[in-house]
Design a protein around this ligand. Structure first.
Ligand code: SF4
Length: 390
């Protein structure tokens, strides 16, 4: 998984190198190559070029990827905003309207979903069915973008730049990853593979002028960018769930209780007079105690200790993923995370549901959150694959 290769002491566990596949696709005139960049990659790729951890290179990455030959450059942060709109809607359905079990558990980390299906399958019904941002961006490119741009979706070749080796496995996780009739994503490159390609190309990456992403899958909110840090998905989801449940804007936009590198973080948010109890765990060992607390409450017939749980397999979240530049420690993790929080503060839009391109995709294509079309394209399912009998 992403976590293993991040921490392999000898560096023996590495990603399957797919840079040659991507070079070949970029040269293939029958393919229209498009690309997306995950939240955390923007604050880590600079390390491969001698810059300090946390340096935000978003706009240079847009520029570099166009020079490599990609016809459109999208941002996974856009799809992180869509994931939040779907997931926050699921949460409000379960919490406010009592339709579905609590706690709701996040599912955008494929190492975690794999682990859950093998070891914690008694929580399958608690999982958010929302696909990860990578998959959502892919399927929206091959449907919505293809229609708007007037291109043949069978020619679109989607490359994802991800922090993570487990994201390579996610592409074929279930048949829903081909919901449009085409693979949501064709190839995943890790941050390290991207750095390798940039060096092979001879482009003077750091000297490039800034550029903008391609609309209509490019704009992002501050909530979308903090997905790359432990606690970020929870913080983003709470910003939008609060609005959906109350019709108001959450004043304290920064949920500091779920920030930082403590293995388990807890917080409480008041929504319409009801207390929402949240927990965030990163590193799979830390999730055990959170799930055990929920199981004990279930057995005793007591109320759930948490309503919403975020889990990321890698310590620190995706900024510490197995495809990131080597040599991560907590100091480096905190610097990478600081780069994402700064990006959040710098955005004029900090709530996923206010991202204008997200508003547009629902207006023009998906209808509303959790609509039939949203379910068909943006959601998935899980299957118990027990390693031992519970
Ligand atoms: Fe991949 Fe992020 Fe999960 Fe790590 S936390 S395995 S980088 S998705």
């Amino acid at each position: 998984c992403g976590q293993c290769s991040a921490h392999c002491p000898t560096g023996a566990i590495v990603e399957k190198d797919e840079t040659a596949t991507v070079w070949s696709a970029l040269r293939d005139e029958d393919k229209i190559c498009v690309v997306q960049i995950a939240p955390s990659v923007r604050v880590t790729v600079g390390e491969a070029f001698g810059l300090p951890p946390g340096t935000n290179l978003t706009k240079k990455l847009y520029s570099a990827l166009r020079r490599l030959g990609f016809k459109a450059v999208f941002d996974t942060n856009f799809a992180a905003d869509v994931t939040i709109v779907e997931e926050a809607s699921e949460f409000v359905e379960r919490f406010a309207h009592k339709r579905g079990p609590l706690p709701l558990i996040t599912s955008c980390c494929p190492s975690w979903t794999d682990h859950m299906e093998k070891r914690h399958y008694d929580f399958i019904d608690n999982f958010s069915t929302a696909k990860s941002p990578q998959q959502m961006l892919g399927v929206l490119a091959k449907t919505y973008y293809a229609q708007k741009a007037g291109v043949d979706p069978s020619k679109l070749f989607m490359v994802s730049i991800m922090p993570c080796t487990a994201k390579k496995y996610e592409l074929s996780r279930t048949e829903e990853m081909h919901a449009s009739g085409f693979a949501d994503v064709d190839v995943v490159l890790t941050t390290r593979e991207l750095a390798r390609m940039l060096k092979q190309s001879g482009i003077e990456f750091l000297a490039l002028p800034d550029a903008e992403p391609d609309s209509i899958l490019g704009s992002y909110s501050g909530a979308g960018t903090i997905f790359g840090a432990t606690g970020g998905v929870m913080e983003a989801a709470v910003r939008t769930a609060y609005h959906y449940a109350t019709g108001k804007k959450l004043k304290n936009v920064e949920l500091t209780a779920v920030r930082g590198l403590a293995g388990v973080k807890e917080g409480e948010i008041d929504i319409n007079g009801a207390k929402v109890r949240v927990a965030v765990a990163h590193g799979l060992a830390n999730v055990e105690q959170v799930l055990e607390r929920v199981r004990e409450a279930r057995k005793a017939g007591k109320e759930t200790p948490y309503h919403f749980i975020e889990v990321m397999a890698c310590p620190g979240g995706c900024i510490g993923g197995g495809g990131q530049p080597y040599g991560v420690d907590n100091e480096r993790r905190m610097k990478r995370i600081a780069g994402l929080y700064q990006d959040d503060r710098d955005r004029t839009v900090r709530y996923s549901h206010e991202n204008p391109e997200v508003v547009q995709v629902y207006r023009d294509f998906l209808g509303k959150p959790l609509s039939g079309k949203a379910h068909e394209l943006l959601h998935t399912r899980y299957t118990a694959r027990p390693l031992y009998k519970r």
